[in-house]
Design a protein around this ligand. Structure first.
Ligand code: NAP
Ligand code: ZN
Ligand code: ZN
Length: 350
C-alpha cells in the first residue's frame, strides 16, 4: 500500500488537520497522480461536518483534483508519465448497467464509487479525496486537462464545472433561451460563464448586492437581487430554465414563479435539510422541479474541451492547505471569489 499525506478530520466538530492514510498500490489499470491543485467545493464542507449524515471518519475531502501522472499500471496505454490529468467526484462505477453504458456513471444503477464518501474497492475502508499529495485511480475515471489550461483554475471544473454544464445541456441552454442561475458561488459562477458561452440570455440571482458587477463581468446579461420582490416580479413567467445552487434551506416559490409554462427549475445545491415546495406555482403553469448531479465521464471531458475552446475556467483564489479551515468559514459567509483552489505543494510545509 502507498503511504499518503493529506488534510482531513476525525470528527464532525473538529477542524481539518494533517493526516496520514493509505491508498491501494497501483493496479494494472490504474494511474497514480501527483496532485497539484484541488478545488474546495461546498460539498467538502457538508461532508467534513457530516451534514449529510453518512460521513465515515477519518474523512479526507476534495473532488476537484488536477495533477500530473507519475506512475502507470501495466495495462494503461493511453496515458503517459507527465500527462496533465484530472479526477472529479467519481473514481469507479459498475460499468455495465444501462446508465454506465450510456456514459452516465453518475447515475450508476448498481452504485458508483465516489472520490470521497465511497468504499475503496481493493483495500476496503473509506475512499480518501484530493486534499492530499497523490491519488490512485482507474484510468477509466481519469480526465485529460486540455493543453494551455491553467491547472489551478481547471481544478474546479471537475465538480463545479460539470455540475452546471450537464443540466445546462440536458435542458437545452442555447441562443433564444432565458436561463437563470441562483447564487454566485463556486457552482453559480461556472453556471453564469457556461450559460453565457452556450448563447443563452443569462440572469444571475444573488443575495449579495456587492456581486452585481462581477455577475455581469462573468457573463450575466442581468443581475437580480433575489431579496427584492420588485426586481423579481419584472421577470415573472419568462424563464426557460433556472438552476439553483444554494447550499442552505430557502424559499423556492419566488423562483418557480419566474418560470414560463412547462419550464424547469433544477436543484443542484444540496442543503442538509429538505426544501419546502409551495405547490401552486408548479400547478398553475405545469412547471417542473428537477434535480441533477455532476456528470458522467464522457460529458465531463466534453465540458473540459468546451471550456478550453471558449477560454473558460474558474475564477480562483489560490490558498495553501493550512488555510482550509479559514476557507470553510469564508465559504459559509458567501465570501469566495469564486472558488478556493488549494496549492497542494503547501502540504510539504506541514
Ligand atoms: P458556494 O460556493 O458556497 O456557493 C453558494 C452560493 O449560494 C453563495 O455564494 C451565495 O451566493 C448563495 N447563498 C448562500 N447563502 C444563501 C442564502 N441564505 N440564500 C440564498 N442564497 C444563498 O457553494 P458551491 O460549492 O457552489 O455549492 C453549492 C451547493 O451545491 C452545495 O450544497 C453543494 O454541496 C452542492 N453541490 C451539488 C452538486 C451536485 O452534483 N448536485 C455538485 C457540487 C456541489 P450569493 O452571494 O450570490 O447569494
Ligand atoms: Zn463538489
Ligand atoms: Zn453502473
Amino acid at each position: 500500500m502507498i503511504d499518503c499525506t493529506g488534510f482531513g478530520t476525525t470528527a464532525a466538530d473538529k477542524p481539518l488537520q494533517r493526516l496520514g492514510f493509505k491508498r491501494r498500490d497501483v493496479g494494472v489499470n490504474d494511474v497514480k497522480i501527483k496532485i497539484q491543485f484541488c478545488g474546495v467545493c461546498h460539498s467538502d464542507l457538508h461532508f467534513a461536518r457530516n451534514e449529510w449524515h453518512f460521513t465515515v471518519y477519518p474523512a479526507v475531502p476534495g473532488h476537484e483534483i488536477v495533477g500530473e501522472v507519475v506512475e502507470l499500471g501495466s495495462s494503461v496505454k493511453d496515458f503517459k508519465l507527465g500527462d496533465r490529468v484530472g479526477v472529479g467526484c467519481l473514481v469507479d462505477s459498475c460499468r455495465t448497467c444501462p446508465s454506465c453504458q450510456e456514459g452516465l456513471e453518475q447515475y450508476c444503477e448498481v452504485g458508483h464509487t465516489q472520490t470521497y464518501a465511497g468504499t475503496e474497492k481493493v483495500i476496503g475502508g473509506p475512499t480518501f479525496g484530493g486534499y492530499s499529495d497523490s491519488i490512485v485511480v482507474d484510468r477509466a475515471f481519469v480526465l485529460r486537462i486540455p493543453p494551455g489550461m491553467e491547472l489551478s483554475s481547471a481544478a474546479p471544473l471537475l465538480c463545479a464545472g460539470i455540475t452546471m454544464y450537464s443540466p445546462l445541456r440536458h435542458w437545452g441552454a442555447a441562443a433564444g433561451k432565458k436561463v437563470g442561475i441562483v447564487g454566485l458561488g463556486g457552482l453559480g459562477h461556472m453556471g453564469v460563464k457556461l450559460a453565457h458561452a452556450m448563447g443563452a440570455t443569462t440572469v444571475l440571482f444573488t443575495t449579495s448586492a456587492s456581486k452585481t458587477a462581477d455577475g455581469k463581468r462573468l457573463g450575466a446579461d442581468a443581475v437580480v437581487l433575489s431579496k427584492d420582490p420588485e426586481q423579481m416580479a419584472q421577470h415573472t413567467a419568462t424563464f426557460d430554465l433556472i438552476i439553483d445552487t444554494v447550499a442552505v434551506t430557502h424559499d423556492l416559490a419566488p423562483y418557480l414563479n419566474l418560470l414560463k409554462r412547462d419550464a424547469t427549475m433544477v436543484q443542484v445545491g444540496a442543503p442538509e435539510h429538505p426544501l419546502p415546495i409551495a405547490v401552486f406555482p408548479l400547478l398553475m403553469k405545469r412547471r417542473n422541479f428537477a434535480g441533477s448531479t455532476i456528470g458522467g465521464l464522457p460529458e465531463t471531458q466534453e465540458m473540459l474541451d468546451f471550456c478550453a475552446e471558449k477560454n473558460i475556467a474558474a475564477d480562483v483564489e489560490i490558498i495553501p492547505i493550512q488555510k482550509i479551515n479559514e476557507a470553510y468559514e469564508r465559504m459559509l459567509k458567501s465570501d469566495v471569489k469564486y472558488r478556493f483552489s488549494i496549492d497542494m505543494s503547501s502540504l510539504a510545509a506541514t
